[in-house]
Design a protein around this ligand. Structure first.
Ligand SMILES: Cc1cc2nc3c(=O)[nH]c(=O)nc-3n(C[C@H](O)[C@H](O)[C@H](O)COP(=O)(O)O)c2cc1C
Length: 388
């Protein structure tokens, strides 16, 4: 259903690395906590409502990183990946409650069940695909009871928590909201029963419409409602031509050998239905990457997870986003390479088209006149009338 409410727009913390070109170390940059703080502070200033912090063996630990970034920011929320089974629900309830408190109520949780048996085995999780969701259901029964009421007890098939208690509640009541993504039948069923917001990777509008309908049915069968978000990369430039040039540039150092090696790993090590759907968009071929108008699958040639970008001018990309919005999407989790520069580009070029207010408006003098950057001598700006 279309509505006039502006989209909730989040950015991404690239906690496993960042750079200018995919699949090469040319112009890759040191992605450390100072750099993540720069991105978070930029996102905070530019009007993003939050940032997604992923989890995985290649990433910095999500809760620790969020706690650090909370101290550098004022209003930015943190959509923090939580992987059930890597610690007990009681321990995660303490982590989440404290993180919500130290961030003054800015925690959102993204449930990540995991799609690599090999990676999960390293964390001591040996469950087959669908059973991971049964385990997650028990996990969040305990987690939710504990963080909402301070008490939980379960003698489950997967989780044993005996008379667990939580001393300090979170700021947000009854608890921080639960987000989640996964495309298998088990995932959709899980989403319908538990989460507040379902996130899909950036598939074509027709595919997204089909998934939204499935999640809505799963939720309705339990008397629940779920809202929807989309996870996409963005390549926005002043014109469509410039944006497509930037897309080509992003993969200009990517060799066919690197693509083949990445595809083999992504196919071989993942049992995720969502990941398989991402790979099927391009099948490893770099000559058929525009899989739907302005939806480009080039990122997925080498990156796991979110593999598509909206490419185009601000007007073009805003029009595409309105198509997703008309399907029921109210939240966008965005990113772009490199993440600091692209956070600025997306906010400066796209936010005005979407009616998203940025706290830093155009430079203004204290006398109500616009200032034009670069117009003055000796580093100064030229003052022109506010009407220009
Ligand atoms: C928006 C979004 C964010 C995700 N973040 C992560 C992540 O940080 N780490 C990870 O291992 N998997 C992540 N995933 C993958 C899923 O959590 C899930 O593990 C996988 O897709 C299995 O799902 P399936 O039910 O489609 O088979 C993410 C998925 C989505 C849609």
């Amino acid at each position: 259903m279309a509505n006039d409410k502006e989209l909730d727009f989040l950015w991404f913390i690239p906690s496993s690395g960042d750079g200018t070109y995919l699949g090469t170390d040319k112009l890759s940059r040191t992605a450390d906590s100072d750099y993540f703080a720069e991105i978070a502070r930029a996102a905070d200033r530019l009007g993003y409502s939050g940032v997604l912090i992923p989890t995985g063996v290649a990433c910095e630990e999500s809760f620790v990183l969020a706690a650090n970034l909370a101290a550098h920011t004022e209003r930015l929320k943190f959509l923090v990946a939580i992987r059930p089974g890597t610690a007990s629900p009681a321990y995660y309830a303490r982590l989440a409650s404290t993180l919500d408190r130290v961030s003054r109520g800015r925690l959102l949780l993204n449930i990540v069940v995991g799609g690599s048996a090999q990676e999960l085995a390293g964390d001591g999780i040996f469950l087959p695909h669908d059973e991971r969701y049964s385990h997650a259901e028990e996990f969040f029964r305990v987690f939710n009871d504990l963080i909402e009421t301070g008490h939980a007890h379960l003698d489950g098939k997967y989780i044993q928590a005996h008379h667990a208690t939580l001393g300090v509640p979170p700021v947000q009541q009854p608890r921080p909201p639960l987000y989640f993504g996964g495309s298998s039948d088990a995932a959709i069923d899980f989403a319908g029963g538990l989460v507040e917001k379902y996130l899909t990777w950036g598939e074509t509008p027709a595919q997204v419409a089909e998934k939204i309908a499935r999640v809505r049915r799963a939720a309705a069968s339990r008397g629940r409602q779920v809202t929807f978000g989309i996870r996409l990369h963005f390549i926005v430039r002043e014109t469509d031509e410039e944006a497509w040039e930037a897309a080509d540039s992003l993969i200009s150092h990517l060799t066919d050998e690197t693509i083949a090696a990445a595809q083999e790993v992504l196919r071989g090590q993942s049992d995720s239905v969502g990941q398989a759907r991402m790979l099927a968009l391009h099948n490893g071929r770099r000559d058929r990457l525009e899989v739907s108008p302005n939806l480009w699958a080039g990122v997925g040639l080498v990156r796991s997870g979110a593999g598509t970008a909206l490419v185009g001018s601000p007007k073009t990309v805003a029009a595409r986003l309105r198509e997703y919005k008309a399907l029921g999407i109210d939240t966008v989790v965005a990113s772009g390479y490199p993440h600091l520069e692209e956070a600025y580009r997306v906010a400066e070029l796209l936010f005005p088209e979407l009616g998203i207010a940025s706290p830093i408006g155009q430079l203004r003098s204290s006398f109500g006149q616009k200032q034009v950057f670069g117009g003055g001598g000796h580093g100064g700006n030229v003052k022109v009338s506010a009407a220009s």
